[in-house]
Design a protein around this ligand. Sequence first.
Ligand code: GCV
Length: 700
Amino acid sequence: MKKYLFLILLLLSVCAFADDGSRLWLKYDLLSDAQQRETYTKATQFVAANSLHPTIKVAVQELEMGLKGLLGKAPALLQTATTKSGGIILNVAPNSPSNLPLDGFELFSEKGNVVISSKSEAGVLYGVFELLRHLQTGKSLTNLSVKSSPKIKLRMLNHWDNANGTVERGYAGSSMWKWNELPFRIDPRYITYARANASLGINATSINNVNASSRFLTEEYLEKIKAVADVLRPYGIKVFISVNFRSPRTLGGLKTSDPLDPEVRKWWNEKTKDIHRYIPDFGGYLVKANSEGEPGPQDYGRTHADGANMLAEAMRPFSGIVIWRAFVYNADPKGDRFKEGYAQFKPLDGTFDPKVIVQVKNGPIDFMPREPFHPMFGAFPKTTLGIEFQITQEYLGQSTHLTYLAPMFKECLDTDTYAKGKSTTVAKIVDGSAENHLLSLMAGVANTGSDVNWCGHPFNQSNWYAFGRLAWDYTLSSEQIATEWTRMTLTQKPQSMQKITDIMLKSHPIYVSYTYPLGTSHMMGEGHHYGPEPWLTKAARPDWTSIYYHRADSVGLGFDRTGKVSNALQLYSPEVQQLWGNPEKCPLDYLLWFHHVPWTQKLSTGRTLWDELCHRYYDGVGKVVKLQSAWESVKSDIDKETFEDVKGRLKIQEKEALWWRDACVLYFGEFSKLPIPKPLVPPIRTLKDVKKLTEIYHLR
Ligand code: GCV
């Protein structure tokens, strides 16, 4: 009997430690260093707040939960200000002379207490999360002096979640929003979601797909959305709705959705008032119009500005805004998709209502693993431009490849547009400082779903985390963000933390190496966008094929955008043109975005284009193998369930990296007519074999 009891206890202890990832980076597990716990405990014996605002209530709750978990001892809760020391004071100070903006906060030591002060309740909440992050990452609380404020005003997640529970480009199960249960049942995960976002300073969310169903504007759905908004509000998060431009027809029974039609305008005015009856602090509308078959103002001979301004007018009595996407492109086989957004929007610069933000993807095509920055950044001085990144990994390994995206986000944000002289980085356009815009927006297409660990691949959580941290402060380094996340999520052991940070920092270049080296793009499987299909010649639109992008022929590879074919380079400032315009000097990572380079052309590496291409594909695969051994080396410091999960996915990654490599070198070899350079060993399968792997997806 004793033997069984022991076994049961052992099993229970294993279960107690099994980590399913559901707590994200807000684990609050007991800190392993007893001395550190003692020091922290002395400094956090109580929490006193000067406000009973719902946001302060959740801030206090968070502290209670966090400290109890991390230190094993919950703080005493004091209702009012105190003369005691050794605790945490939450101070909402709307009239403070401090020059911090509303969402900013200060964290400092005063009279033996830790003070968290802000002009707003949300600012105090952000300060609470900063303090908890201090403890989670083992920082000292002595002589605290932190001042922090967001660089971007609207820090937003865009969910591509549908009313039927599916998620467009979602790789972590079905939608986290249970529309069939709302408004009656509130899934507790909504609160975890709100906490996670608030911990990063994310303050807005659009809850449905930009390929929007009008349904989200019906009374039935507004009641559901209101229930979600009520949960998110205390966490400082505003709700936006993606709208279908045809709604006046589909819902209102009107004959048109023409934005200049008085009846249509009236319909939107009424609808907007209606929404505010449910959600008084409604964030606003997000619109995908005249893009990929979605309806829009151009259906009536009107412009994007006509459409956006009509919605802005409806929003005028309220605090909300209109976010209008610039992701538009016509199916022109002779044109260059790269230039489309710019071309359609450029004549409209200066005509948008001040309540409109034009949301531009980071690159001109579509969230490719590496894209040059979108040429609209820096070229629209009279329009507020927001940036849209994709956190969900549609083209970046979905849920099976470990790819940490902070370096990719930063690469774009840190690039100089030279729009107003040197150092006018994309970040400075986006934060509004370059052109003195009042609004600013960084949006990320969410990677959340119903999977117990939220994001599918355990490491995909780090991309949600990184997006939020960078939206708050894009000057943080990728390394700092990776280390923070690792320590809060995976392990407190310094050596393993270091190794995991290293894995994360290497992961994006590795991914690019075995999928899209040297500035190639858009060669993925048709429709599902999974795996390679560089041979894709026919699709519903010419610009959905692969050959449209890589332009492989007997001479070479790459899309000439220097003038002979598309002249897209001219959309950039002269300095950027200089950087990318000369094939001899263009950084190799961007080379084939702008140049059609002969197979036998010598590159700066000393290899020919063909040899370099092959080397990069092979190198990428080799490095995935190294990622596996690096992961193996942290085994003893990682929760078993998480360890095995990542290990399994790394094996898939290796298999698929090989798939990409073989597909691309075999396919491009048909054009270059050159052998795989020695000492690389040619693939053992044929191009026909590899093609079959993709064909399977199209079988019915
Ligand atoms: C929501 C890409 C994706 C689409 C997505 C679109 C967009 O084309 O494949 O699924 O649609 O981008 O951003 O609107």
